[in-house]
Every structure is written in structure tokens, then in C-alpha cells.
Write a protein that binds this ligand. Structure first.
Ligand SMILES: C[S@@+](CC[C@H](N)C(=O)[O-])C[C@H]1O[C@@H](n2cnc3c(N)ncnc32)[C@H](O)[C@@H]1O
Length: 243
């Protein structure tokens, strides 16, 4: 992918976010909503299982970069789990979101503005992305960012991934990233892929009746819309063979 195509997609991402209604998003994703905190608890549990299965015993010593960190809510979660702020780095394209993240996060935690595909830092034990790839509509750009994430992950480390797998018919500005596509983006890895998150339109409706319905319906895997993945980078290789 050339520099002009990259610029075009970055500008397109910025324009797509500019027309989003921030107030509506804040309400929809408020922690006060049972569907939001129940989905959050589910992904917390599985992420912590990934960490334990990978043999991470002292999270204060684990380094992590989040690309597209938005206002920093995931980084706050990692801090709560015991990560050291000096070992966490956040990156975000939109200056207003980066500014909000700066207000909430400790000053030892480094925040880097700009396009994640141009980052040159690390290597990190974990490189995390949460609903960033579904905001990228250009295939070449997705590959470029996947390659950058891979390069910034230390050999023996992993990419942590949370994103939805299906298109949203009501929102043409995003597209689902299927499990097959995740494997294509990281051909040198054997990802552990867990289906999570009860389909938001269903979960918003049923949790208004009773929060217990979240886990009842979420027991049916075909109603889960997101993938939470642990994408390990083998200890012996450092080169990404992508496009
Ligand atoms: C849906 S939001 C998710 C924010 C955060 N990761 C979360 O889970 O709360 C996607 C974020 O990715 C950012 N983003 C998209 N493309 C990016 C890129 N190329 N470089 C850095 N950030 C990017 C957007 O600006 C936006 O803040």
C-alpha cells in the first residue's frame, strides 16, 4: 500500500468519525447500561484467562501497547488489573479522543497521537486492538496495520484482539472482521479465538427486562457477534510475511 492510499484511508476514517454523534455513542456505551457492563465483564473474564494460560503471573511487569485506544477506557481496565502505567502505551488517531484519554490516565502512561500504522516503538509483550479494524474499510490498510502490530510485538508475546465479526446493516462505516480474515491477517500465528458478546440489539432489549437474560441467551454461541482473540507470536520468528 502506497503513502497516498494510506493517507486517503486515514482521512476517510477521520471523516467517518466526524459524522458520528458523540453524545449518542456516550449514552449507548455508558457503563450504567446492563448490556454494556455485562459484555465488559464477559471479556474481562476471558482476557484474564488468556493471560493466565500464557503464564503471565505478574501483570505489573507486562508491557502493552493499545492501538486506537479512544478515550482510554481499556487502558484504565489494565491499570485496575495491576499493570504498571510506565509499561502501558496508548495510541489514538483522533486528537479529541487522545485529549480525553490524557485527562483520565496517569502521566507515566505514554500516549502517542497519529496513525497506528506509522508507529515505531516496542517491542511489547502484548499489542492490543479493540474495534479498530472494523473501522478500517481498506483491505491493504488492514494488512499494513496488522503487520505493524506484529512487528511491535516481541517474539514470544501476543496480539490481543476484540472486534465484531459481522457487518452492521445500519452502519456502512464499519465492517465485521471474520475469524477467517483474522487468520489471514496473522498467517504466522495460530490464534485462539473465542466468540463473545451477545448481539448488541438483542442484549440491549433483553437486559431491560432482566440482566440475567444476558447469560441465558449468550449461552447460544450463534448469538455472539464478537471475537476475542489471543494471537501469539512464536518465540523463534520475528518477520511478518504479509503483503
Ligand atoms: C470504535 S473506537 C474504539 C476505541 C477503543 N479501542 C475502545 O475499545 O474503546 C475505534 C478507535 O480506533 C481509532 N482508530 C481508527 N483507525 C486508527 C488508526 N489508523 N490509528 C490509530 N487509531 C485509529 C479511532 O480513532 C477510534 O478511536
Amino acid at each position: 500500500m502506497g503513502n497516498s492510499e494510506r493517507h486517503a484511508e486515514v482521512n476517510a476514517i477521520v471523516s467517518r468519525y466526524a459524522v458520528r454523534d458523540a453524545g449518542k455513542d456516550a449514552l449507548r456505551y455508558s457503563w450504567l447500561k446492563p448490556d454494556v457492563h455485562l459484555a465488559g465483564m464477559e471479556s474481562d473474564r476471558i482476557m484474564l484467562q488468556f493471560f493466565a494460560a500464557a503464564g503471565l503471573s505478574d501483570l505489573s511487569r507486562v508491557s502493552l501497547l493499545e492501538v486506537g485506544c479512544g478515550s482510554g477506557s481499556n487502558l484504565l481496565r489494565f491499570l485496575r488489573w495491576g499493570f504498571d502505567p510506565a509499561n502501558l502505551v496508548g495510541n489514538e488517531l483522533l486528537p479529541a479522543s487522545l485529549e480525553r484519554a490524557r485527562r483520565y490516565l496517569p502521566s507515566e502512561l505514554e500516549l502517542i497521537g497519529g496513525d497506528a500504522s506509522q508507529l515505531d516503538c516496542g517491542p511489547f509483550d502484548i499489542v492490543y486492538q479493540s474495534t479498530v479494524f472494523s473501522s478500517i474499510l481498506d483491505n491493504g490498510f488492514q494488512h499494513k496495520l496488522a503487520q505493524r502490530m506484529w512487528d511491535m510485538t516481541r517474539a514470544g508475546g501476543a496480539i490481543l484482539w476484540y472486534d465484531f465479526c459481522y457487518d452492521n446493516p445500519k452502519n456502512p462505516d464499519v465492517r465485521g472482521v471474520s475469524r477467517r480474515r483474522i487468520r489471514e491477517l496473522f498467517p504466522r500465528s495460530s490464534p485462539v479465538i473465542r466468540r463473545v458478546t451477545l448481539a448488541p440489539p438483542i442484549s440491549r432489549t433483553v437486559t431491560r427486562l432482566s440482566p440475567h437474560l444476558y447469560s441465558v441467551l449468550n449461552a447460544l454461541p450463534f448469538l455472539r457477534t464478537h471475537a476475542l482473540c489471543w494471537i501469539p507470536k512464536p518465540a523463534s520468528t520475528g518477520v511478518y510475511p504479509g503483503q
